[in-house]
Design a protein around this ligand. Structure first.
Ligand SMILES: NC(=O)c1ccc[n+]([C@@H]2O[C@H](COP(=O)([O-])OP(=O)(O)OC[C@H]3O[C@@H](n4cnc5c(N)ncnc54)[C@H](O)[C@@H]3O)[C@@H](O)[C@H]2O)c1
Length: 415
């Protein structure tokens, strides 16, 4: 059985989660892959990841700082997985495809939709696979939500109410910078939610939104002046791209950093099947967290975390856990094996296996580039609508006819 030779590009937080996925696959007997190289701008991260793989797989992947050098030297690589920050997904993917490699990239597909289009066009031109690591939909709970809606448990869906409201004062490194992250939580988390909505409900045809920045200053907290000095001189890009202070007041070990992102958006989503959605995201709302997410139908509601809630006085309710168990029990053995291979429910293991299997010619993966592109288009439509000050048609956003928000980002990455 041939093995797929993988190389990791980006060895930070999410790369560690994918490592856990591959480890679980390996431990459960899935051995159709090996890791030949790990690359990160921060050499110590690539080195640490290579050591972790050595402990599991028995051979140590080569370590690189520069992915282009890695692509040139490691000719045995079949596929790369891109776990870097958003601004370079497109360039790395296109370079890898030009070098003959299959590509899996973490969400979002690219910094902008134009970047995503370039990636998709290049995949077509080079005849390479382009997979998007979009994992939320693979969780048993989300599979159960799809099943519950599609089997009519709440009747015909009508109204989506998605509140994602709270406060974050702490600085989240690159995620607080538009030129690296594309936008705030509306895209970072929103790309997952938008994928779920389009999977569970339908495509979205129109978006009307407003965006605000209430609190642009975020804070890094230190336990001591020494910790500040250590962080300042560290190889890890803790501050990238800004290093706002040269020293810190020992009486107030908080370093303020300015974020150039929106922290609040409020959107109306008009789904193609008639469902009306309200989506509010804020990380500048102190005092009360609101994470209520409910889809109402003609016969009842589905609440994320509460389960299926029938009309008052009627039967058919299921708690969140009962809903998941009922769904899992309804699956035939072959369906279960396809959705949760080897009994695995960890979403990153599932998506990584789908990618490797597709390279080995064992069928298609679930989230292709177009699905990832569409997931990204809804948060982008929120930003575009806020930028133009009125409703935007999602088709126009998909077709790159509206790029008022994204123009500046495209310029920054030279596309
Ligand atoms: N699916 C999920 O649930 C989920 C969760 C978190 C992050 N993500 C995604 O994963 C990606 C990475 O996020 P993270 O949380 O791991 O960030 P991170 O900052 O922890 O790691 C990113 C790593 O990429 C490296 N890097 C950046 N540019 C590089 C380049 N040109 N060459 C080599 N290395 C480079 C950085 O040095 C860093 O180590 C993002 O696309 C993010 O949206 C997905």
């Amino acid at each position: 059985m041939p093995k797929v030779n993988l190389a990791y590009i980006g060895c930070g937080g999410i790369a560690g989660a994918h490592f856990n996925g591959l480890k679980e696959l390996h431990e459960k007997g899935y051995r159709d892959f090996t890791i030949v190289a790990c690359c990160d701008l921060v050499q110590s991260r690539a080195e640490a990841m290579a050591t972790r793989f050595e402990e599991v797989l028995g051979t140590k992947p080569a370590v690189y700082k520069d992915y282009r050098e890695m692509l040139a030297k490691e000719t045995a690589i079949d596929a790369v997985t891109i776990y870097t920050t958003h601004e370079n997904h497109h360039q790395i993917a296109m370079d890898a495809m030009s070098a003959g490699k299959q590509v899996s990239t973490e969400k979002p597909l690219g910094l902008t939709l134009r970047a995503g289009r370039l990636m998709m066009d290049h995949a077509k031109k080079t005849d390479k696979l382009l997979h998007v690591a979009e994992n939320y939909r693979m969780a048993p709970a989300e599979r159960a939500v799809s099943w519950a809606i599609k089997s009519g448990r709440i009747g015909t869906p009508r109204l989506l109410n998605w509140m994602d409201i709270g406060e974050r004062k702490w600085y989240w490194q690159w995620r607080d910078h538009k030129e690296i992250a594309s936008g705030g939580w509306t895209i970072d988390g929103g790309v997952h939610f938008s994928d779920l909505w389009q999977l569970h409900i339908s495509d979205i045809k129109r978006v009307t939104a407003v965006s605000k920045t209430y609190d642009p200053i975020k804070y890094i907290s230190y336990k001591s002046v020494e910790e500040f000095e250590e962080a300042k001189n560290s190889e890890l890009p803790r501050y990238r791209p800004t290093r706002s202070l040269k020293s810190i007041d020992p009486n107030n070990l908080q370093e303020p950093v300015e974020s150039n992102l929106e922290d609040t958006t409020s959107a109306i989503l008009e789904f193609s099947n008639g469902v009306l959605g309200t989506w509010v995201v804020s990380r500048s709302a102190p005092g009360r967290v609101d994470r209520s997410c409910v889809l109402y139908g003609s016969e009842g509601a589905l609440s994320w975390n509460e389960g299926i809630l029938p009309r008052e006085g009627q039967s058919g309710g299921l708690s969140w856990k009962e809903m998941i168990d009922t769904y899992l029990n309804s699956l035939k053995a072959d369906e279960k094996e396809q959705l949760f291979p080897l009994g695995i429910t960890a979403t990153m293991a599932i998506e990584d296996k789908q990618f490797i299997d597709a390279i080995l010619g064992r069928g298609a993966f679930e989230v292709d580039a177009w699905t990832g592109y569409k997931a990204m288009a809804i948060p982008m439509a929120v930003y575009e609508s806020a930028a133009v000050g009125g409703p935007v048609e999602v088709q126009d956003v998909l077709d790159l006819k509206v790029e008022t928000y994204q123009r500046e980002l495209n310029k920054l990455i030279g596309i």
